[in-house]
Design a protein. Structure first.
Length: 395
């Protein structure tokens, strides 16, 4: 008998499955919330309490406990041992989805069952004397986290703390109105750009290499640097594209956006005004302007612009120009040269259309120079120097 029991014991010792962490469905679900650096009192009112109320309707719930700290919250849900935890997790996620619309848009919520897989946790802290919180967050997110995720046995890597990089965008309401762009359009454009995408695989040395196209920018200085490089190549600016978009003629909506700024400005005097179109058909909104000839002192036209001024300014200039008409040719009014405008433009180019022999590309009015007289406007010489510099940078 003893020998039989010993043999059975040896057999079972090598055949019975052994698990350090056996599969157990604990009747507990953990909800984690991350919302940046929101103060504790606001977290409690706007996030923790609404979530507690949302999950109260889940069947089998016995107890709710929560811990709220700055920018984060942890809600523990305790259920009856007899409930199906897989189905209960679905109920909890459904309750969280219903409550999501009432929470701040920046709140990130995740619900997980508590299992033995939750216990083996290792934590690392990163500090640096010469790096700010943003650089530490980028290092942890883009360098350390991917390496840890590739290790065997690692299930999830969570980054806590640090500060995500942010950009402060201040829209100009007047320019938004002129361009027909809303704040939502700007946010959507920023969201759909600043990406890293892959154009495909490249073959080199009998290996396939994954190619990446980076459109990420991390600072205004990097944007400015890319813009200067584009200008040096003779481009007008930068084209921001959605990597998933395709070329189509005409307007391409928010998938393709131009990023430009004025090449230079010239102070010019208005010599002609004509009625606009659409809602501006009854006001003089299109202005022809000129610079002064250095040698003869005559005024030579160099461009025409109709954007940049407010409706109030256009109405005031209309009354002024109508009282200063020299002669009229249909819609066009030749006016006395007594109003100075500061004109911005993207490039100067040679042209036979204007008497100066030059024309501005994409001119727009920056402001009315009430502080300057017609005798103080820019000259053909200064415009030609800009034309020379502009031509030198062209391909």
């Amino acid at each position: 008998m003893i020998i039989t029991l010993a043999l059975v014991g040896c057999y079972l010792a090598f055949t019975v499955p052994v698990d350090v962490f056996p599969s157990t469905n604990f009747p507990r679900i953990l909800i984690g919330v991350d919302n940046g650096v929101m103060p504790i009192d606001q977290m409690m009112v706007t996030i923790t309490r609404p979530l507690e109320e949302a999950v109260n309707s889940v069947p089998g719930l016995l107890n709710v406990r929560s811990i709220t700290s700055r920018g984060s919250a942890e809600i523990d849900l305790f259920f009856d041992w007899n409930v199906d935890m897989f189905q209960t997790l679905q109920y909890v996620n459904a309750a969280l989805s219903r409550a999501q619309s009432e929470l701040p848009a920046t709140a990130k919520i995740r619900a997980d069952r508590l299992t033995f897989a939750s216990f083996p946790i290792m934590g690392y802290s990163f500090t640096a004397d010469n790096l700010d919180q943003t650089k530490l967050w980028e290092m942890a997110t883009y360098e350390i986290k991917p390496r840890l995720n590739r290790l065997d046995g690692v299930s999830t890597v969570v980054i806590q703390g640090g500060q995500e990089p942010e950009f402060h965008i201040i829209p100009d309401p007047a320019k938004l109105l002129v361009a027909g762009v809303t704040v939502t359009d700007i946010l959507e454009s920023v969201r759909r750009t600043n990406l890293i995408d892959s154009p495909g695989l490249l073959e080199e040395n009998h290996q396939l290499i994954l190619g990446l196209i980076s459109g990420q920018v991390h600072s205004p200085e990097e944007i400015e640097s890319a813009f200067r490089d584009a200008r040096t190549r003779g481009n007008e600016g930068l084209m921001i594209k959605d990597p998933n978009s395709v070329y189509s003629p005409g307007r391409r909506g928010l998938a393709w956006l131009k990023l430009k700024k004025a090449y230079a400005t010239l102070d010019c005097v208005v010599v002609g005004a004509e009625y606009g179109h659409g809602k501006r058909k009854n006001v003089l909104s299109d202005y022809t302007f000129a610079v002064r000839d250095d040698e003869t002192g005559e005024l030579k036209t160099i461009g025409k612009a109709y954007s940049g001024l407010t409706d109030v300014e256009i109405a005031q200039l209309t009354n002024h120009f109508l009282s200063r008409v020299i002669r009229q040719h249909g819609r066009y009014h030749e006016v006395a040269p007594d109003t100075v405008l500061e004109i911005a433009f993207d490039r100067l180019q040679q042209s036979t259309r204007h008497s100066s022999g030059m024309a501005m590309r994409f001119p727009r009015i920056l402001r009315i120079r009430t502080d300057k007289t017609p005798e103080q406007i820019d000259t053909i010489g200064s415009a030609r120097r800009l034309l020379k510099n502009s031509s030198a940078s062209a391909p």
